[in-house]
Each structure stands twice: as C-alpha cells, then as structure tokens.
Design a protein. Structure first.
Length: 276
C-alpha cells in the first residue's frame, strides 16, 4: 500500500504544480483583446515613474534601467507573453489617464488604491503602504508606550502637516490627544516639532521612516515590530493599474502577481534595506 500511496501523493503534487503553472499561462488567442494586441505588437508597454521601494530608476547607465518589485513583475509578464518590455515615462498627472488613452498597457509606477481611482482603473495589488508614529526615544511621557493606541491620551501632543495625507487619519485615530497642525516644510514628516519637543509624536510613512531614523538619531517608533515595516496603521493596497473592462487580462495579471508574491516581498525588503 505504501508505494501506491507514495505514487498517489507524487501525482497529486505534480498535478498541483502543473495547475499552478497552467494558471499563469496567458489567455488563449481571442480571450483577451488586450493580450492579443500586445502579442501582435511584440511589446508590453508600461508606464514608469520612480516610487520607492517598488520602482527605482537606475540612472548610472549600467545595468537594467529599472529595479524593484514592480519591475520584476513587469518583466515576468513580458516573459510569459513572449514579448519585449517597453517603458513609457509618465508623470503624477498622466500615470492614470495614459491607460484610457491606450498609450500604455499598464502603469507600473506604483499607485495607492483609492475609491476615486477604482472608478476609472483596475488594480493588481502586491504590496501595502502604511503609517508609523515616531517620537524622541528619551520622551518620558511615551517611554512606556507599547502600541499606537497608547498615544491616544490628552497629555500627548501629536503633530501633523496641514493638508498632508495623514491629517484626516490623525484626527480620527487620536480623538483624545492634543493635535498640533503645522505647515509643511517639504520634509517627509514634522521632525522639527518632535526634536524641539513641541509635540510628542508624529506620523510618517513606513518607507521614509527607515531613512529618517538613520539621519536623525535618538528616535523611537510605534509599532515596534519589524521596525514598523509590518504596521497596519492607515494601511492601503499598492500595485499597478490597468484600464477598466478587461476581465481576462486583469484576472491573468492578478494570478501571476499572486504566484510571485514571495519574490516581490523579498525584493521590496531588499530595496528598503538599501535605503538605510
């Protein structure tokens, strides 16, 4: 019985592996007008604009022109389709409109998923963006804080940039704390308010936090786990975007991204580590 069971298990594993590979094969001709057009043109056109840690431009003139998880995913799509990968520079203003105007097949410049954008494009999400709360490590009031919840107290002053992405979230997340609105200085976070002790804590995106703690010594962060890279505070999906009403194309893109998730996560961690 054992050899029979072993053969059966081997066959099951092989079938599962084959099914996974088969699921990543592009739709057959006629199933997706977009994929048919890409194959006919012999190229996959992708909109590019740097956005660390997901897409990094290489301006040295040596090696590949781009790197990061978004680039890895785009290269995999091109490989599976058997076409070359062509980049189309976009701006913050054009990275979404170029999809409807058919100037690109996808925008791989990473986009945060929002209700407004979901009305005009579909997303292939492979990462998330989130917020950390940082403070001076020698702040006696916050020395015993173990979670972001511990900052929601009347004796804690939280600074934020007026009109910044975190303003609305701060007001909802910390209704009991004293809030201090400051004009944006062009910095990634109101660091001066923290260092001058005019505020006890302030929000910062998890990615620039890595660089900030290297430049400004004596800071602490919440959540503490994984140096805040696992934060779920103000979390939202990040990914590439395609034009609406392309179900077969979208489904295939998502299948490939899901299958490559571990590789994409590892490359994101590599890029973040290099930011230190």
């Amino acid at each position: 019985m054992k050899p029979i069971l072993a053969r059966g298990l081997t066959a099951l594993l092989l079938a599962g592996a084959f099914g996974s590979v088969h699921a990543q094969e592009p739709p057959a001709a006629g199933a997706s007008p977009r994929i048919d057009a890409i194959r006919k043109a012999g190229e996959l056109r992708v909109g590019v604009l740097q956005n660390a840690p997901w897409l990094i431009e290489n301006t040295t003139g040596n090696g590949e022109p781009w790197s990061g998880p978004a680039w890895l995913l785009a290269k995999e799509y091109a490989r599976l389709l058997g076409v070359k990968l062509s980049t189309v520079p976009v701006s913050h203003e054009t990275k979404v409109p170029v999809l409807a105007s058919n100037q690109v097949d996808m925008t791989i410049s990473p986009l945060g998923e929002t209700p407004e954008r979901l009305k005009v494009v579909d997303f292939v999400s492979y990462s998330t963006t989130s917020v950390c709360m940082f403070c001076r490590a020698d702040n006696a009031k916050l020395a015993k804080a173990t979670s972001v919840d511990d900052l929601n107290r009347p004796e804690v002053t939280i600074a934020y940039f007026t009109g910044g992405a975190e303003e609305g979230w701060v007001k909802e997340r910390f209704p009991k704390a004293k809030l201090r609105a400051v004009a944006s200085s062009g910095a990634t976070a109101p660091v001066e308010e923290i260092m001058a002790r005019r505020a006890g804590a302030a929000p910062i995106n998890r990615v620039p936090w890595v660089g900030l703690q290297q430049k400004v010594k004596g800071l602490a962060v919440l959540p503490k786990e994984n140096n805040c890279q696992s934060s779920t505070e103000k979390a939202s999906p990040v990914g590439l975007a395609v034009d609406k009403n392309q179900p077969a194309y979208l489904d295939w893109l998502r299948q490939v991204a899901k299958a490559r998730k571990a590789q994409l996560d590892a490359d994101e961690a590599r890029v973040i580590g290099a930011l230190k």
